[in-house]
Design a binder for this molecule. Structure first.
Ligand code: PLP
Length: 358
């Protein structure tokens, strides 16, 4: 079987289990918090040039800890409609932080400063406060696209001018860095906090990092604990993460090259729609004009290739399937289907609430 469903599906490298060198250097005191960013090398990668960092069990927890620390209940969080925080984190910002998402649509998942500006609430007492902007680089739903740097800088500048904090979901920031040749710390410039994953592509069995100012991390430690993420004896996981950062980052280029070969070959197949130029890193998304994505994924599985149907007509490696609509009594209560949205049963399986409004 060839498994192309996610860059988290990997056998861990022997070095991860040993994780010996880094572990000795960092000691077992790596119980989740790095007191301050050591200069250069390891530290440069561990904290992405920020003052401090925190080991968290998952990328989702890293994102949600950041949202909870940056906001107060009732605040609004501006983010791209297709981003991970919006679609795949179970509305945690509402559940834990009491914050509301304000989704905007950006070209290929990358909002411009203008698009963000119109979403910022005016400072009127009856409006919720826009306090946080969340960005994603690379953008999973843009097929691992890299945030255009000028656009990113402009958006961050705007947020600063308007008093918003910026959190960067950099689950795959090293993919962006390796593909663009720009150090990850530079890609993270201007962000108040960044989450990046050690277990995606880099091969660590588990774990992500949340980095930011010392003051931010102090609060994040408490929030992580509140969410149940305060771990004991986590040095062994941290060692695997350090190994990943030391040894695996450059090898992401191999994934990118493989993804490009896959995209080029797919583009040669009649009926498959894909622009290989849009495959910048390790995610390949394509459409089939003729076969619904779900059936295509089934047929590929029968042929020994695992991939994901991410919408009615799009197939990908590296993507979770979209939310399923409700079934059972709740859905029946909704009444007859809206005629404007008459779609095939296959299509309906994949519609997000946001898409249903379009
Ligand atoms: C862009 C992005 N952010 C965050 C996450 C969450 O990471 P985790 O699965 O470790 O919670 C993912 C996972 O796929 C992701 O793709």
């Amino acid at each position: 079987m060839i498994d192309l469903r996610s860059d988290t599906r990997h056998a861990s490298h022997a070095g991860h289990e040993e994780g010996d060198g880094p572990r000795r250097r960092w000691g077992t005191t790596f119980t989740g918090r790095i007191p301050r960013s050591p200069p250069g090398g390891e530290g440069g990668r561990v904290c992405l040039g920020k003052e401090a960092g925190l080991f968290v069990p998952t990328g989702s927890m890293g994102n949600e800890v950041a949202v909870a620390v940056h906001t107060r209940p009732g605040d609004e969080v501006i983010l791209e409609a297709d981003c991970h925080i919006m679609n795949y984190e179970l509305g945690t910002m509402a559940a834990f932080a009491g914050a509301m998402p304000c989704p905007v649509r950006g070209d290929r998942g990358f909002p411009t400063a203008g698009q963000v500006e119109v979403a910022i609430r005016p400072p009127i007492y009856y409006c919720s406060r826009s306090t946080l902007l969340c960005l994603e680089n690379t953008q999973q739903h843009a097929g691992g696209g890299i945030y255009p740097r000028d656009r990113f800088r402009a958006v961050v500048d705007l947020a600063r001018r308007r008093g918003l904090k910026v959190h960067l979901d950099g689950a795959r920031i090293f993919n962006a860095s390796v593909a663009s040749g720009v150090p990850a710390a530079e890609l993270a410039e201007g962000a108040d906090s960044v989450m990046f994953c050690l277990s995606k592509g880099l091969g660590a069995p588990v774990g992500s990092m949340l980095v930011g100012t010392r003051a931010f991390i102090e609060e994040a430690v408490a929030m992580r604990k509140r969410m149940g993420g305060g771990m004991r004896q986590v040095g062994i996981l941290a060692a695997a993460g350090l190994f990943a950062l030391e040894m695996m980052v450059e090898r992401l280029a191999e994934d990118h090259a493989n993804a490009r070969v896959l995209a080029d070959r797919l583009a040669e197949i009649p009926g498959i729609e894909i622009d290989p130029a849009t495959v910048e890193t390790n995610i390949v998304i394509f459409r089939s004009a003729r076969v619904p994505a779900g059936s295509l994924a089934e047929r590929l599985k029968a042929a020994g290739v695992l991939c994901l149907a991410i919408s009615a007509d799009r197939v990908a490696d590296g993507h979770p399937p979209r939310r399923q609509p409700r079934t059972g009594p709740q859905s029946r209560r909704r009444g007859p289907p809206d005629r404007r949205l008459r779609r095939s049963r296959e299509e309906k399986r994949f519609l997000t609430p946001f898409e249903r409004l379009r």
